[in-house]
Design a protein around this ligand. Structure first.
Ligand code: NAG
Length: 582
């Protein structure tokens, strides 16, 4: 019941995001009803994102007239979905004998070259029947001869009045010559199967890959790390707040530590500077605002993905993300605006604009750059003009006003500085310290543990995005997300503590960057992944890979940085609240 209601809400959300939520049909067929075979894209097997519309290769369509172009939703257009009707006549439960020809092609030298190029590069195509994806290869090479598959055998499994399962077998290869003539044929075999309709996507899920022992092992490992770090942080807290505890517990050790540390140096010395506004407060608060929003978006999208099995619907994950992002804009305004105001910032409109458009601008900038190359390649990834207009409208008329509301609320409700210590008029000079206490070094080291806690999950996420695997273990992802947050907070607190003990009060940027540097390691890992785990090639796919990986890492960095900074600022408040100023 609960699940059902959430699903309805989810669908409603999707409806509003997508504008037109074109449901082709309700997946229920009458006997002899038309079953539409959609042609989607064709492209090299190793470059999953380099896709072209199916009919850019000189294939031919059947003679059947029907809706020739599928009405795409916004997110499908963004993902390069390009459905075109195949013209092939398929009717529910109505078998078609082998070989029924649906069209014929006579080659000339251009068409010949196009096919040869496609076969040489292992092109394969994607089709859809009743929202089920089907893949087939264009042809094969043997002894320097190029053969094209001309016969498609569809085996369609049905359960009562619904389509459950489609298998495609390519048969009948024909040798390609510059003046060859050949027909494309098909046959359809209908088989009753026992699988339930709601389980029909299960065959696309690679359980062996995702439920691998290493996956469980990595979670366990990260969990151990969490216990260790939480222990470490509680020790630091005991030590800094030690005086109060020691008085009651008469713990000799803590007393000893306190004596070693003394009151004459260490973090207590910077109490007059620690709440000094961060340099470049505008950018800093914009980053923090955007980071809060991003964290929330990631959390909710994972929750929706767990609830809704979004992988069964083309593009629905992206629609959900766009929707959640738009709705959470006030959080961005609130957190960024109130922080900026507490730091004494005056040009709040500029801060709000930077905050609201930072992530959209990053995304659009990357997409724009990739788009140039996509247009040059005539790839189906090229984003249509109408889609760009739609995205711009969402930014201007939904995200911006909501951010404004958040900012105004934030400045009025949370904008008063209420620091436990007064800020001295004159900044204290920062003393010389050992090299490993320099902010730069702390930042470099800060990302290592958070990265260690997620890199195995990164492998699974990368593989499902860049290869033909459907990611469905969102429960794992939620666990890893929570572990990442905890590890990041703990590590940042330790980093901040080390920095403050070196009497360096520039902790805001340091904590943000130390936590955010996790993303630096993720990007390094992405480079490794590209060269050793994938076989991508060509300018388009390479640019696509590195462009979107940079975007992904950047977003992850902002998210981790914000979480780390937030943890550190709670820590700093807590320890300085106990400082008695005489
Ligand atoms: C499709 O292939 C799978 C695996 O070979 C098989 O289990 C299934 O029964 C086939 N479905 C149909 C409709 O033939």
């Amino acid at each position: 019941m609960e699940y059902w209601r959430l699903n309805v809400i989810c669908q409603l959300l999707l409806f509003f995001t997508a504008g037109v939520y074109s449901d082709e049909h309700d997946h229920i067929y009458k006997d002899n009803e038309e079953v539409v075979l959609w042609m989607n894209t064709v492209g090299p097997y190793h470059n999953r994102q380099e896709t072209y519309a199916y009919f850019t290769l000189p294939f031919c369509a059947g003679s059947k007239e029907s809706i020739s172009h599928y009405h795409e939703t916004l997110s499908e257009a963004l993902q390069g979905v390009e459905l075109e009707f195949s013209g092939i006549d398929i009717e529910f439960k109505n078998p078609v004998q082998k070989p029924t020809e649906y069209c014929a092609v006579s080659l000339n030298s251009d068409k010949y070259k196009a096919f040869v190029y496609a076969i040489k590069n292992h092109y394969w195509y994607e089709m859809y029947i009743d929202d089920l994806p089907i893949w087939g290869v264009v042809g094969e090479v043997k002894d320097n001869n190029y053969y094209i598959w001309t016969h498609k055998k569809f085996e369609i499994g049905y359960n009562e009045n619904q389509i459950i399962d489609v298998n495609l077998t390519s048969e009948e290869k024909v040798l390609l010559t510059p003046d060859a003539k050949f027909g494309f044929t098909y046959e359809v075999i209908w088989k009753p199967v026992a699988t339930k309709f709601r389980d029909r996507f299960d065959k696309y899920l690679d359980h062996n890959f995702f439920q691998h022992r290493i996956h469980w092992f990595s979670i366990f490992n990260s969990f151990m790390m969490v216990i260790f770090l939480v222990g470490l942080v509680s020790m630091i807290l005991m030590r800094t707040l030690g005086k109060d505890y020691a008085r009651y517990s008469k713990d000799e050790d803590i007393d000893d530590m306190e004596r070693d540390l003394g009151d004459e140096y260490g973090w207590k010395q910077v109490h007059g500077d620690v709440f000094r506004p961060a340099s470049n407060a505008l950018l800093f608060s914009a980053l923090i605002g955007a980071g809060h929003q991003l964290t929330l978006v990631v959390f909710w999208v994972i929750i929706f993905a767990i609830m809704g099995e979004l992988y069964t619907e083309r593009g629905s994950l992206l629609s959900t993300s766009i929707f959640v992002y738009a709705v959470t804009s006030p959080v961005n305004g609130f957190c960024g605006g109130s922080l900026y105001s507490r730091m004494g910032g005056k040009i709040w409109i500029k801060q709000m604009l930077v905050s609201a458009f930072m992530l959209p601008a990053l995304v659009c900038g990357t997409a724009f750059f990739i788009n140039f190359i996509a247009i040059y390649y005539h790839a189906s990834r090229a984003i249509p003009f109408g889609t760009m207009v739609a995205v711009t409208c969402i930014c201007l008329f939904v995200i911006l006003p909501l951010t404004l509301v958040g900012t105004v609320l934030g400045r009025n409700l949370g904008g008063q500085p209420d620091y436990p210590c007064r800020i001295n008029a004159v900044p204290r000079p920062i003393p010389e310290k050992k090299w490993f206490m320099e902010p730069g070094v702390i930042i470099l080291l800060g990302g290592i543990l958070p990265f260690a806690s997620i890199f195995i999950e990164m492998y699974f996420i990368f593989t499902s995005f860049w290869a033909y695997k459907i990611y469905y273990v969102y429960g794992f992802m939620l666990l890893v997300f929570i572990i990442l947050m905890i590890v990041t907070v703990c590590v940042t607190i330790v980093c901040t503590y080390i920095l403050l003990n070196a009497e360096d009060y520039r902790w805001q940027w340091t904590s943000f960057l130390a936590a955010g540097f996790t993303a630096g390691y993720v990007y390094l890992y992405a480079i490794y992944y590209f060269f050793f785990k994938t076989k991508m090639y060509g300018l388009f796919q390479t640019a696509f890979y590195f462009g979107y990986m940079a975007l992904f890492s950047g977003a992850l960095g902002i998210m981790c940085g914000t979480v780390g900074y937030t943890g550190a600022s709670i820590f700093v408040r807590k320890i300085y609240a106990t400082v008695k100023i005489d």
